[in-house]
Design a protein around this ligand. Sequence first.
Ligand code: ADP
Ligand code: MG
Length: 693
Amino acid sequence: MRPEILFPLFADATTLPGVGPKTAPLFEKLGVTKVGDAVFLPPTGVVDRRVQPSVQGILEGTMLCVKASVVSHHPPRRPGAPYRITVNDGTLDFMLVFFRPTPEWLNRILPVGEARYLCGKIEHYDGIAQMPHPEVFDPATEDAPDGFAPIYPATAGLGQKVIAKAVRAALGTVPKLPEWQDAAWLAKKGWPPWNAAVAALHAPDGPMTLEADDPGRERLAYDELLSHQLALALIRAKRKRSKGRVSVGDGRLRKRVLDSLPFALTGAQERAIAVIAKDMETPERMLRLLQGDVGAGKTLVAFMAMLIAVEAGGQAALMAPTEILARQHHAGLGRLAEAAGVRLAILTGKDKAATKRETLAALASGEIDVVVGTHALFQKTVEFRDLRMAVVDEQHRFGVDQRNELADKGRGADILVMSATPIPRTLALASYGDMDVSVLDEKPPGRQPIDTRMVSLSRYDDIIENLRKALDKGARAYWICPLVEESDTLDVAAAEDRTRVLRHAFGEDRVVMAHGRQAPGEKDASMEAFRTGAAQVLVATTVVEVGVDVPEATIMVIEHAERFGLAQLHQLRGRVGRGAARSSCVLLYQGPLGDTARERLGVLRETEDGFRIAEEDLRLRGAGDLLGVKQAGLPRMRLADLEVHGDLMEVARDDARLILNRDEDLATERGQALRVLLYLMERDESVRYLKSA
Ligand code: ADP
Ligand code: MG
C-alpha cells in the first residue's frame, strides 16, 4: 500500500488553487491530474524577471519586466481594433496592447495614474515600443517580479500565471522524503537531495537550469531511471525465485543436426547456444532475449535450445505471430528435425478439426517433441506432457501475458524470446531490463552486400525498364507500397493500383499481390506463387508479413521510402540478399528530400548493420518516434531522456541489481526509502513482487 507520507502528492489536482472544473481538463493536457504531477512538471523555458530600468533600446521580441505608470486609456475606435494603454517607465512612453479585453477589467487592473510592474514581450509598431497582453503586478499587493521564472509548456487557455500558481501550491504540499539514493553516489555526482531538487526545478537561477545536465534535473531523471530499473529487477528476481527446471542435454541430437549442416555455426551462435545451455542447467527459470539482425541465424540457435529440452526428456514449442511465419518455420525446421530424429508438428488456428485433435493428443502424450505454431499454442485445450522450452519469435508481437501463458503450459519452462528489431542498447536496457540478453552480432559468412540505391520517383520509367531486364533474366522482386497515412483502405488501394500498373508493364501472370485485407487463401496463393517462382513480382504492403523467406528474391523496391522508419526499411531490405546471388534494394523517394530525410536514407546505403542503423535512427529522429519505443512499454518519464541520459540508464540497471543482491526484500533503511520511490513513481505493482509483500 502506498505510504502515508506520499498521500499529499496523490491528492487530486483540483485541490490546487486555479484548478477547477474549467481548467482541470487543460491541466490534464499537461499531464497534471494529481498534485504530484504538478510537482514534476518540468519548465520548458526560463524568463528573466529582474525589473529593468526602461524599455528604451530593448530589442524586438525580448521578454522583460519594467515598472511604469499608467498615463491614459485608448479604447478601440472601431470594432476589432485593439485597446491601447499608454504607460511611462520614467524614460519612455510605450503602449500596452489588448485584443478583445473587458474594459472594466482593464480599468480595474491598470487605473490611470498608478504604477504597475509589467512583464511581457517587446514589439515595435510604427516606431513605438509596445507590449501586448503583459502580465500585470500591483506593487501595493504583490511582490515585484524578480530573478528568473519558469515557463511551463503552453496549452491554449491556460496562462503561465495560473500554472505557476498551481505548481507553487503543489510544492507547498511536498513532504520531506527519505533519501533513496546512495549517499556516496550523490556526493560523487554533486546531486542535491530530492526535496531540494524539486524545489530547484521550479526556481531556475538562469537559463542553464534547463540543461539536461543540471544537477537537480539529472538527479530527478536518475530517480526515474532507477525506479524503472528497480521495478524490472524485481520482476526478474521474482522469476528467478519461481522454480524452474533443470534441463541437461547429452548433446546427441544437437550433434546430428550440426553434422547435417553444410556450414559451421558462427561464433555468435556458438556463444548464444552455450549461454542458453547453461541457463537451462540451473534450477532457475530462464528468460532470455535473443536479439539479432535479420539473417543472423536466430532460428538455428532456438532449435538447438529446443533440442536440449528434448534431449533432457521434455518437449519444446516455438510460437510465431502469424500463420505464414509458423509455416515457414515448420518447413525450415523440417529438415533439421529429420536429421535429429525428433518428431515435429505444427499447430495453427487453421488446422482441420480432425488433424488438430490428433496433434493435441500427440502433444499431451509426448509423441510430439517439438511443435511450431501460432497463438493457437496457448489456447486452453493445448496440453503438453512435459514442456521445458518455450520459444517466442518476433516477441514484440506478443504481450508478456501471452508469452507467460505459453510457458505456463509447462512446469517452470524456460523461455527464449527472439527479436529481429535491433534497438539501441539504451532502449534495450529500458525495455528489456528484466531479461537476460544474448546478441547475435555476427552474420553467417559469405553473404553478399546488398547494392542499395536512392532513386527519385521521377525516374520511374528507368526503374521499370531495368526491372524488366532483370525479370527477363529470371529475377524475383518485391515491390513494397507504403502505409498511406495509417489507413488500411488507402494502403490497399495503392497496392492495387501499383499491381495493375506493373501487370500492364510486365504481363498479368508475372505480378501477384499480397496485403492485409485479402482473404487468407488469396494471400497464401500469392506468396506461394512468388515462392515457387510462378510469379516474379510480389507487390505488398508492409502489413504483409516481413518474415517471408524466399532466397531466390534478389530485388527489393520500396516505394516512398522516405515515409518509412529506418529500422523498418532495414527489415524490408533484409528480405533480399539471402541467397548466393547478388541483390539490390531500390529506395524510391518522392523528391525533394529534406536534409534529414536524405541523411536517413543515406545511412541505409552506408551500412547493413542493423544496430548501427537503429542508433542513427535514434539520433536523427529522437527516441519518441523510434519503432520499438511504443512496443517497449516504457513508463512515462518526465525528466529522463533516453537520448541524453543513456549512460545513466546503464548505471541504473547495475545499481538496481546491486541493491537487490544486497537487500532483496528492500528491508534496510535505504530499502524502505526505495519503496517510497517506487510508490512515488507509481510502480506499485512492482512492490508486490517483493518476497514479503
Ligand atoms: P533470422 O531468423 O535471424 O533472421 P534465420 O535463422 O532465418 O535468421 O537464418 C537465415 C538463414 O541463414 C537461414 O537460411 C539459415 O539456414 C542460414 N544460416 C543460419 N546460420 C548459419 C551459419 N552459421 N552459416 C551459414 N548460414 C546460416
Ligand atoms: Mg527469423
